[in-house]
Design a protein around this ligand. Structure first.
Ligand code: NCD
Ligand code: ZN
Length: 345
């Protein structure tokens, strides 16, 4: 039996949703993660400090008694976002960062940014107060192949935006390409990047080979094997640029198994087991703590958690459900297609 004890991890990109779904999924994140960056793509989105305050209260009242969890609230950047509201929210400690969705890039992103000049005032204010910007890094142009949208975003949007705002702290979220890894690595201290659990495990074959597998469809879409390998190398390297953001994004089975299925993989429940498996396969178990528990707080200027988590490699396959039942409907858990032997104790 192998055991590994690390500081308790945090999740730097999480979708908790609202209402019945929030109640159904929150306990799984709160069980393993001390804190999480809470994505604001609700309908309607979380755009003001007062929206975030109300959403935070709904999260805290959905938390089962006896569990502790700190939601780090994020505002959805729109062309109408008010820099004064952002500054007040950040300075009060309620708001941790802003999220930039190019309009139309993913689930509930229609209120996102079309004209970057319209958000320049907010970006300048964020750079001034040291507030990080989380970025969904994909262009949305119909003429750009979906598998190229991250790489094109780096050249057309991210790099010019960072040159215009060199002091702005940016998180490239859910990297899926070698180009993303290379750019993040060369970006200096003001640039961080999250990598999801599932992008370390699947490539695009999982979605398309042998029939359409909607539970592997997420955005940004998984790419070729060479990109998965680059992500694994980056995540397991110990480089402080890279940290876990599960992007656990629950949708009911009805909406996933659909003629126009929703994007998102639900990984809150098994992420830590899967990461231990991946890091062991790469011969880098000693770097799991950096990726899951140290690099994220360091980028966000927070202390790592005091508590610890112990992972145990057992002989028997870990028994977690293939689906969870929520009042909103069943949600399929991400299936890594290998036997999971690492259990969170
Ligand atoms: C996310 C969702 O469902 O909200 N989906 C996903 O595939 N990751 C949106 C997102 O983060 O892009
Ligand atoms: Zn997401």
């Amino acid at each position: 039996m192998t055991t590994l004890t690390i500081k308790r991890p945090d999740d730097w990109h999480l979708h908790l949703r609202d209402g019945d779904m929030l109640k159904g999924v929150l306990p799984y994140s709160a069980k393993d993660f001390a804190r999480a960056i809470i994505m604001p793509n609700l309908v309607p989105p979380v755009v003001t400090t007062s929206d975030a305050k109300a959403y935070r209260e709904r999260i805290m009242s959905a938390l089962p008694e006896g569990m502790s969890f700190e939601p780090l609230m994020v505002l959805y950047l729109t062309e109408d976002t008010d820099p004064a509201d952002v500054e007040a929210g950040f300075k009060s400690g309620l708001i941790t960062s802003l999220k930039l969705y190019p309009a139309g890039a993913t689930t509930n992103s229609q209120s996102g940014v079309r004209d970057f000049d319209k958000v320049q005032g907010v970006l300048e204010k964020m750079a001034e107060i040291g507030m990080p910007l989380c970025m969904h890094g994909e262009v949305t142009d119909g003429d750009i192949d979906i598998f190229d949208r991250e790489a094109v975003f780096i050249d057309r949007v991210l790099d010019p935006l960072r040159k215009r705002n060199p002091e702005l702290r940016v998180v490239m979220e859910h990297l899926t390409t070698k180009q993303g890894v290379d750019y993040a690595r060369s970006g200096g201290d003001n640039l961080g990047a999250t990598i999801t659990t599932h992008h370390l495990i699947i490539n695009r074959n999982a979605i398309l080979a042998g029939g359409i597998k909607p539970h592997y469809y997420c955005l940004p879409v998984a790419k070729r094997e060479e990109h998965r390998l680059a992500l694994r190398e980056a995540a397991t390297s110990g480089d402080p640029t890279f940290f876990i953001g599960t992007d656990s994004a629950p949708h009911t089975d009805e909406l996933k198994e659909h003629a126009c299925g929703c994007a998102g993989c639900f990984t809150a429940i098994n992420t830590m087991s899967l990461l231990a498996h991946v890091f062991e396969e790469e011969g880098k178990l000693e770097n799991l703590e950096a990726f899951a528990s140290l690099n994220g707080p360091q980028f966000y200027g927070l202390e790592p958690n005091n508590e610890t988590m112990t992972l145990v490699k057992q002989d028997a396959v870990v028994d977690y459900p293939a689906k969870i039942e929520t009042v909103a409907g069943p949600v399929t858990v991400f299936d890594p297609m290998f036997d999971v032997k690492w259990a969170v104790q």
